[in-house]
Write a protein that binds this ligand. Structure first.
Ligand SMILES: Cc1ncc(COP(=O)(O)O)c(C=O)c1O
Length: 414
């Protein structure tokens, strides 16, 4: 019997002992190409030398400099750097440790600033596993089931699958504001610019613009959950940039520090100033090692040409998948910006999701191709491609070859 809780869903049973770049080494010596990136976290790859050095140096200076008790210099350095990088007039930051915590913090901020009780989220979203963020999560029932009662005041609006569904989705949002949560009671709309756990589905730009317009019109805060999309994952530093949007509040985590736990909520100073002192906090938020890891990660991500390379590698990956789809009618709907790429496995003919084949493909990739991938989506049939952003052309090609072999091995229609 393992002394570990069995509650964790497991992508693999591998015991890994070392990570370098895009690869992890298992206890038996086998190396794997890690396209999970620890769920879209190891943006600079495993153990990037610059990040390791920053962590080691900081650990020797200060491990825990608690923010209520005193301030350490990296807090303001990191906040200032984030102010330069985040869109619009976002220039003030609160630090926490995980995406869920930061999302909760953003909702607390929105409630305090607006004096309104409700939050609108979008179908298929994933915002975390605390009680509030579970209530905001509708990507899969497994995250919520058995945990009721969940916090109230969360309203779920439609999320369009593509451009043809934008008008209907915006009408659904208007109906929600007219029939369920009055604008005067709605503090925030929280949206992932690209659905993550919900299936690597980009929100059409016209939809994001429609959501932002309604927020502006009704004094509702537009909160971008960039926990998964942020820090270069989509080929831009933040995904909302593609739609030219300036959210009121941004939520950051995952790729921010290459795997060291740190998260942030950002907002314009005027808005942040209305968050009453003492109404929020936390023991570990703004940890100096996390700040050092984040600053080093940002240094890597902002090197000249880095994001252009992410775009180029994403193009290569999507082109490779499109070529595989030509030969396999079960592979379809390849999408997603930068290195946040999704593709679906569906039954040819009916187009219905095929999670069994997706699972078989991933198992083949792991066993035969030494490639680690994950699925996403409510039905579990979306293969999500989220390699470290430092992935090379050769590693993309290696992964595509392993995936192609898995497709061939799992075909039942040919
Ligand atoms: C968009 C989004 N928001 C929030 C979270 C929650 O982050 P964490 O697991 O760090 O609490 C996730 C995690 O996958 C996420 O993808």
């Amino acid at each position: 019997m393992s002394p570990l809780a069995d509650v964790w869903f497991r992508v693999t049973d591998l015991e890994v002992v070392e990570g370098r770049g895009c690869r992890v080494r298992a206890a038996d010596g086998t190396t794997y190409l890690d396209f999970t990136s620890g769920i879209a976290v190891t943006s600079t790859g495993h153990c990037h030398p610059r990040v390791v050095q920053a962590i080691q140096e900081q650990a020797a200076r200060f491990i825990h400099a608690q923010v209520n008790c005193y301030r350490h210099p990296l807090l303001e350095s990191l906040a200032a750097r984030l102010a330069e990088l985040t869109p619009g007039s976002i220039d003030t930051f609160f630090f926490a440790n995980s995406g869920a915590e930061a999302t909760e913090a953003a909702v607390k901020l929105a409630k305090q600033v607006t004096g309104r009780p409700h939050v609108v989220v979008f179908q298929g979203s994933f915002h975390g596993r605390t009680h509030l963020t579970m209530a905001m999560t509708t990507s899969k029932t497994v995250y919520r089931a058995g945990h009721a009662p969940l916090p109230s005041g969360i309203f779920v609006a439609p999320f369009p699958a593509d451009d043809t569904e934008v008008d209907a989705a915006l009408e659904g949002l208007d109906l929600l504001l007219a029939g369920q949560s009055a604008p005067a009671e709605t503090a925030a709309m929280v949206i992932e610019p690209v659905l993550g756990e919900g299936g690597y589905l980009p929100a059409p730009e016209r939809f994001l613009a429609g959501v932002a317009e309604r927020c502006e019109r009704h004094g509702i805060l537009f909160v971008a959950d960039e926990v998964q999309t942020g820090f270069g994952r989509t080929g831009r530093m933040f995904a909302v940039e593609a739609a030219g949007l300036e959210p009121d509040v941004i939520v950051l985590a995952k790729g921010m520090a290459s795997g060291f736990p740190i998260s942030a909520v950002g907002a314009p100073a005027g808005l942040m100033a209305r968050w009453p002192r003492g109404s929020h906090g936390g023991t570990y938020g703004g940890n100096p090692i996390g700040c050092a890891a984040a600053l080093a990660t940002i240094e890597v991500l902002t090197a000249p040409g880095f994001l252009d390379a992410v775009v180029a590698r994403g193009d290569r990956l999507r082109a490779g998948l499109a070529a595989l789809a030509q030969a396999d009618p079960g592979l379809c709907r390849i999408r997603g910006p930068g290195l946040m790429v999704g593709c679906e496995l569906a039954h040819p003919g009916t187009g219905r999701p095929d999670p069994e084949r997706a699972a078989a493909v991933l198992e083949h990739c792991r066993r035969e191709g030494r490639l680690l991938l994950m699925t996403a989506g409510t039905w579990g049939h979306v293969v999500r491609w989220m390699p470290p952003l430092v992935v090379s052309d050769a590693e993309i090609d290696e992964a595509l070859a392993a995936f192609g072999a898995a497709l061939t091995a799992t075909r039942t229609d040919a």
